[in-house]
Ligand binder design. Structure first.
Ligand SMILES: [Fe+2]
Length: 434
């Protein structure tokens, strides 16, 4: 059950005709072609498409079982081989990070916060709102700064290496929203996408440095955990409401109620390296007009089209089955395993994911969006502003729809921070002049 998305939702398919129209697009493409050379890019394309044959066969046959699960208590004593496997796949569930009583209490408190402040905050999507633009409820602040969350975040941050020594794995508590999704309502607002920017992956010098192995004909050498370069990438190069300014080593959900496949949960594509390599190369190749579309050798290299499939400057990187055919998305974008209260799920910053269009369950599916965020210079700059806003009643910079939560009922501010000084540091309070 729940092995794959049986009925592919009515998410948009991306075509050149409906693509972003902007004069500068072709320049980014030409600059990469000139710098790395058509032959290297083509070699990578063939290699990546070849690898994807095996990867997609494997995921299609295993479905949700391709997403690993680890118990919190066992997470920190894994062998190097086990850890490498999680890094290669790029996503996994960590179960029982919080005990059931704690998660239930947080959920009750969160619902009270929502209900007692009805009409005083934003919520989307408009037709059936369930994603809340609230960032500092007692539940969120506590769940972000709980010792188990901080320990897990630090561990996940440490999986990235920074050869420059400019950053540390010290966890930062990026303030994001939460959802309480009722059953029975369709939602098409979060189709397949990759966060951390879109066009900037081809336009920004830091990003290009990070991905250079892909364009230079050696995609197997792509190191998706090299923070040395990645920390300089500008995710918000092109302004947009979907762009997070911070680099999250792993994005994450903390479940506060149960939700299984088909119950409005998360879909992940459980491979990160070869999928992002494919997405990066895809704009440089034109599909054959007829015949076997999946034969990568029949695709032609071209830089005279400004089309970047699924790329819109002000949005996340979007994907669709027809624009990215070698990913076989209808078979390989799979539901995460059933989450229980206190479980978490994590996925790499470059991973393709989506939110299920339907919720066929019988109760609300609640998760807090809580990521692992390392202490890089860019992230600390953001956190300083976030902390100043927290102290003065301003919403986080990435979330313009937020309100002054200090004026809300049940708001407790700094009193909800757990883990003492570690929690305050994670909240960025140490970055604010006292
Ligand atoms: Fe996302």
């Amino acid at each position: 059950m729940g092995a794959k998305v049986d009925d592919w939702p009515a998410w948009p398919e991306f075509t050149a005709e409906t693509g972003e129209k902007s004069d500068d697009l072709i320049d980014y493409k030409r600059a990469i072609a000139n710098r790395f050379g058509a032959e290297h890019i083509r070699n990578s394309w063939l290699e990546v498409c070849e690898q994807l044959k095996y990867i997609t066969d494997d995921i299609a046959s295993r479905g949700s079982a391709a997403i690993p699960e680890v118990q919190y208590d066992e997470f920190f004593t894994q062998s190097p081989e086990q850890r490498k496997k999680l890094m290669d796949i790029g996503c996994f569930a960590v179960r029982n990070v919080f005990d059931r009583e704690q998660a239930d209490a947080w959920f009750r408190d969160l619902k009270s916060y929502v209900e007692q402040n009805t009409g005083r905050y934003a919520c989307w999507p408009q037709e059936a709102p369930y994603i809340f633009s609230l960032y500092y409820s007692p539940t969120q602040v506590a769940a972000r700064t709980h010792p188990n969350q901080l320990k897990l975040s630090r561990e996940l941050n440490s999986w990235w290496h920074d050869d420059s020594g400019a950053s540390t794995p010290d966890p930062l508590s990026y303030a994001d929203g939460f959802r309480i999704r009722p059953p029975g309502k369709s939602f098409l607002g979060l189709g397949p996408h990759i966060d951390a920017g879109s066009l900037c992956r081809w336009a920004d010098a830091g990003y290009l440095g990070f991905y250079s192995a892909v364009f230079s004909g050696e995609p197997e050498k792509l190191d998706l955990f090299d923070l040395t370069i990645r920390q300089t990438a500008d995710q918000a190069m092109f302004p947009g409401s979907a762009q997070s300014r911070v680099l999250r080593s792993f994005q994450g959900w903390t479940a506060l109620s149960s939700a299984g496949p088909g119950e409005g949960s998360l879909l992940l594509y459980p491979n990160v390296k070869w999928v992002i390599a494919y997405v990066l190369l895809r704009p440089f190749f034109q599909a054959p007009l007829d015949g076997d579309m999946m034969d990568a050798t029949r695709w032609t290299f071209e830089v005279e089209s400004p089309w970047f499939p699924g790329t819109f400057k002000d949005d996340s990187q979007l994907l669709s089955p027809s624009s990215h055919p070698h990913l076989r998305m209808k078979e390989c974008l799979v539901p995460i395993p059933r989450m229980n209260p206190g479980d978490t799920v994590w996925w790499h910053a470059d991973m393709c994911h989506a939110v299920e269009a339907e919720h066929h369950g019988d109760h609300e599916a609640c998760v807090a969006y809580i990521a692992a965020t390392p202490s890089t210079k860019v992230n600390k700059n953001y956190m300083k502003q976030q902390a100043e806003g927290f102290l003065t009643g301003m919403a986080p910079l990435d979330f313009s729809r937020g309100v002054n939560e200090q004026a809300l009922e049940l708001y407790t501010g700094e009193a909800s921070i757990l883990s003492g000084e570690h929690g305050r540091q994670a909240m960025g309070l140490g970055l604010v002049a006292s």
